[in-house]
Design a protein around this ligand. Sequence first.
Ligand code: PLP
Length: 475
Amino acid sequence: MSHPLPPGIPLSPERIRDLVEADHRYLWHPFTQMQEWYGQPCLIVAAAEGCSLIDAEGNRYLDGVSSLWANVHGHRRKELDQAIRNQLDRVAHTTLLGLAHPAAIELARELAALAPKGLTRVFFSDNGSTAVEAALKIAFQYWQQQKDERKRTKRRIVSFRNAYHGDTLGAVSVGGVDLFHERYRPLLFPSPKVTYPYCYRCHLGLSRPGCGMACADELEDVLEREGLSTAALIIEPLVQGAAGMVVAPEGFLKRVETICRKHEVLLIADEVAVGFGRTGTLFACEQEAVRPDLMALAKGITGGYLPLAATLATEEIFEAFLGGVAEGKTFFHGHTFTGNPLACAAALASLEIFRRERVLEQIQPKIRHFASRLESFRDLESVGDVRCKGLMAGIELVADKETRQPYPVEKRVAVKVILEARRRGLVIRPLGDVVVLMPPLAVTLEELDRILDVTYESIDTVTRALGRPGNKGKS
Ligand code: PLP
């Protein structure tokens, strides 16, 4: 690729040195052990273009995880840039508390038209965690405002082990990744947990398809016992992302919906990671014709450009909040930048690209290619499992393929793999020992091949160096 570099790139060596020093002196990076950070090369992304990131020295890297699962149509898409500029000529920020603006109104109308049937009301916020917080509070308050007194006992939120719904305390309460969440347990509200199917390490010791999806029975049992006190269940539809791209077996989501309906428990679909085409359909729930009562959206909603989120609700839920002010049914919740106009303008432009370029049709061959090429990773001796759904994939590395034993944590195997990939021009980020790939939907087949080639070579190189035999099929 010999594209000219954006203006001002590369930065001078003195400027880069100064930035690295200031980074180490002043910044506290999220989800990062800063002591380890100081010992690693500091990649400063100074620009981006299409599916590539460009560092301060002018080196290009493929954006293999869509800038934290957000980017959809590539970076610096002229339609998105222009929509934001056009909005800037009108107003950068106003508020939805007591006022409205055209972009939020139009976007709410579009989301209601595109969402699974029944989700007609749109409550904006500004990130995935806040979209989840709003959903949890709405679900709780909905039952509190029922005429039937017996239903006001429905207060609990059931959630899945290994779930990740964000980092605010409500979202952490319904989270289940011990490494991230356990520390905060004394600050959290209790949330009964059920197990999400992780077929590679089935907690029941069963295997597909003979298992009859016995894992779903646990939810049935919990709601049988606690349905009367349960307001809602929250789920990451089809894929538990942060758990390591754990893909649920076909039919699991539908089964969950059926169980929730039976016990009059609201279903909250957290589509923050899987929404906006990532699994191959606009929303993951569509694949099993599931109609949640509440749905959380963020990340890809603006094409991954700006912070925006939405919590969608059914008309029935919305109506439970109507009444005279003195009735106390108002939803007292909202953030300063809720439904920010620049972000809404970007979201409208992103949806226009989905429509005009028939993005969901265009990605189908890429999804097939991705899935078929990922199969070859199973040849690597250090790869225990390969999971993918749409353009989301997780490659689980193991020290022993037979016993499925993980690498010792201190080996930092997946971290070494991503650093090796970076040297080869690919930016990816691991989850534990799972190497995650999640390219923007705009990725070309050539770029996809490059992402897969580099990942394969990087896993092979690093795990050979750690003493694994590497690719048994080829040597
Ligand atoms: N829900 C899911 C399923 C996610 O994957 C994430 C983030 O990765 C969140 C919620 C939180 O989103 P945010 O980081 O925007 O708060």
